[in-house]
Ligand binder design. Structure first.
Ligand code: MOS
Length: 693
């Protein structure tokens, strides 16, 4: 392979180029930006789930030394657009969910701002609220479409008839919890106005999308807004769209002319202001014949959205393409509640959806007496089931086989409770993973020959911890035919050519395709020996042919779980993921993404759950003391591998995206292993010990 001849280009593992800056503390995040004499913002939040602000008394707060301004619904500058109700901060007196921003204090220090925030007296006329999600609600509705533009409902054949005829069926309801995105770096914004121009240092997954949103809401020409974001301490989707922190910081800076304003949300504030994964209730019906061939797949999903802004998680979507079956139907229904606005969280749709589907597949495989790995292999479709399109590449079977071999699956006694080691029941389980190959149109990149004989490559891409600074430079070097060290990449700034969001695992696919196009055009125009200053800008090519194929990444996840016979304590002792994700640009960074996703899936399986107190509409465990995230001691041996996959149809690099697939299926593999260990089937996450007692 050509990779091997060029050890510092595609397929090699250079360390993160910004790694030293990060670990020595010199990498500047949004809140660290050195601005002259900044002020600090603190948000005051509604303590009821629904109502109307009747008065805001800021006198005591304003009397505090160092307080510069208090913004309220009565005095906040007006926004040009209030179409996005989540962003229409302080534009009305309505309270739509507990935690909504009802006032904001600007002060000389963060401490003073916070103290003053506690002194702002907000009176709210409370109204009855409704935050209860249930499949039995009579006001569930079908959204026009679900996230990523997918169809709300689909149907093929006759599921009811097929279920009635099938010798083996499962019909169960599975639930996933409310999960909150918790990147290490909170959502942070620094805003500076000068002569009507706005600069935002923002912790974002996309500088241009954030700029466009801020410009529209604030009523500015996008050219007058600059968003800068060289380093981001994690996002997981919550920084994929601009949230209220961006808008309120810009408004606050307007209220104190000449003073830059900084806001870092507190951890607790992130539980209501930056999106979260909706809880899901999924009824899954599967039927198969004597040999374990699926006849029917039906998934009916109920989930929540907020009353003020719709977000519909596409939870049933993966069940439309995973397995062959002649009869199939999927539906999504929403309850619009007085809750914070849900949004993207790592693998929206696929992550909760594959917990239910892959648990149900395990149940059906057991029911018909077919090994769970073999069952999945048997139901491998030849073409994408609903669309009939050929797969650009589909190596799920290879992942299952290779994973089974490495995991030692064949030695397994399929009987539940068949393995005990001292006081622990030990079981193993498997689940499939999948994630679509997303490519977003609209990026551009510039290549320039610099004075030192290197190549500067510019694109407003984001590195949210994924390694873009390194891997995109590898793509550029490969496309230019130069060494990695000869590329100087610039990203994370709207002054650079426009780039799409780091979302939907589309980053390297979209930005890489753009950079490759620019590099190729640069070489075509300037040849092998360009002059200093030669420069070319190109946009991402539209490739019509790619729509002929169904493009997805796949994987197989294997888990070993131990459940204590007396206490019910659940430990995961081993995870193995084998993935088919196309070309891997940088194995070191890819492994980090996949292991990170699997670890987040383990955390979802065993620990994470935002607990809503329905009386108050409040997530009560809104901090790291009580919202449990897997810590080092919870995470055992996690191995992530991939098979050699070459897909000529996805993009010029042959990559499929690796940021999200790692979390898909992990929780099901763990729940399936827990069933094998104990004989107890848990259909409601997380797998807390009470389930096993
Ligand atoms: Mo990812 S949840 O699409 O940022």
């Amino acid at each position: 392979m050509t990779d091997l001849l060029r050890p510092h280009v595609l397929g090699a593992s250079p360390a993160r180029v910004e790694g030293a800056a990060k670990v020595t503390g010199t990498a500047l995040y949004a809140g660290d930006q050195r601005v002259t004499d900044p002020a600090y913002l603190h948000l005051v939040q509604a303590e009821v789930a629904r109502g109307r602000v009747t008065s805001v008394d800021a006198e005591a707060a304003l009397a505090l030394d160092g307080v510069l301004a208090v913004l309220t619904p009565d005095n906040a500058p007006r926004l040009a657009s209030t179409d996005d109700a989540e962003l229409a901060v302080l534009q009305s007196h309505d309270v739509d969910f507990r935690g909504q921003v009802v006032a904001a204090v600007v002060a000389r220090t963060p401490e003073i701002a916070r103290q003053a925030g506690a002194l702002v007296d907000v009176r709210i006329d409370e109204a009855p609220h409704d935050v209860h999600l249930g499949a039995d609600r009579d006001d569930l509705y079908a959204p026009e479409e679900v996230n990523a533009g997918a169809e709300t409902d689909t149907s093929q054949g006759d599921v009811d008839a097929a279920m009635a005829e099938a010798p083996f069926t499962v019909d169960h309801t599975y639930t996933t919890a409310w999960y909150n995105n918790n990147p290490m770096e909170p959502h942070t914004t620094t805003a500076l106005w000068s002569d009507g121009d706005l600069v935002l240092h923002d912790s974002t997954q996309g500088v241009h999308p954030t700029r466009d949103t801020a410009a529209e809401v604030l009523g500015l020409d996008p050219e007058r807004v600059r968003v800068v974001s060289p380093h981001v301490g994690g996002g997981f989707g919550s920084k994929g769209t601009a949230h209220v922190n961006v808008i309120i910081t810009a408004l606050a800076a307007k209220a104190v002319p000449g003073t830059p304003v900084k806001l870092a949300l507190t951890r607790q504030q992130m539980f209501s202001l930056v999106g979260y994964r909706t809880p899901t209730i999924q009824r899954v019906r599967l039927g198969c014949d004597e040999g374990g061939w699926l006849r029917a797949v039906a998934v009916d999903v109920v989930e929540q959205t907020s009353r003020i802004k719709e977000y519909a998680e596409q939870t049933a979507v993966p069940s439309r393409m995973m397995y062959a079956a002649p009869h199939r139907s999927t539906t999504h229904r929403l309850a619009a509640l007085d809750v914070p606005v849900p949004s993207w969280m790592r693998a929206p749709g696929e992550c909760p959806g594959m917990f239910a589907l892959e648990s149900a597949v395990d149940e059906l495989a057991i029911a018909c007496g077919v090994d769970p790995v073999e069952f999945r292999v048997r139901n491998e479709p030849e073409v994408e089931p609903e669309s009939g399109k050929p797969f650009s590449s589909r190596n799920l079977v290879a992942c299952l086989r290779e994973g089974a071999r490495r995991f030692g699956w064949d030695d397994r006694d399929p009987a539940p409770r068949s393995r005990r080691e001292s006081d622990w029941l030990v079981g193993t389980g498997v689940a499939s993973s999948t994630y679509p190959v997303n490519k977003m149109p609209g990026s551009a990149a510039t290549v320039r020959r610099t004075v030192d004989g290197r190549f500067r490559v510019e694109i407003g891409a984001a590195d949210i911890g994924t390694g873009t600074w390194t891997s995109l430079a590898q793509v550029a070097a490969d496309a230019l035919g130069v060494e990695f060290a000869d590329v100087e990449l610039r990203i994370g700034d709207t002054d650079l050519p426009k780039a799409t969001v780091a979302g939907g695992s589309s980053g390297i696919t979209s930005w890489g395709s753009t950079v490759v196009a620019a590099a190729r055009e640069f070489r075509a125009k300037f040849g092998d020996d360009p002059d200093e200053g030669d420069e070319l800008t190109a946009t991402m090519p539209e490739d019509d042919a790619s729509d002929e194929y169904a493009k997805h990444a796949f994987g197989a996840q294997f888990a070993e779980v131990r459940v204590h016979v007396d206490t019910g304590e659940v430990r995961v002792s081993r995870l193995l993921g084998v993935f088919a994700v196309g070309r891997v640009v940088n194995p070191r960074l890819a492994r980090s993404q996949l292991v990170g996703g699997m670890t987040m899936g383990l955390s979802m399986a065993l620990h994470e759950r935002s607990v809503l107190d329905e009386r108050f509409g409040h997530v009560v465990n809104h901090d790291f003391a009580e919202y449990h995230i897997a810590a080092n001691a919870d995470v055992p041996r996690v191995e992530a591998l991939w098979i050699d996959e070459h897909d000529p149809h996805v993009n010029p690099m042959g990559t499929k995206g690796i940021g999200e697939i790692g979390i898909v299926g992990t929780a099901a593999a763990i729940a399936n292993a827990a069933h094998h260990a104990t004989g107890v089937r848990v259909r409601d996450l997380p797998l807390t010990l009470d389930h096993f007692l």
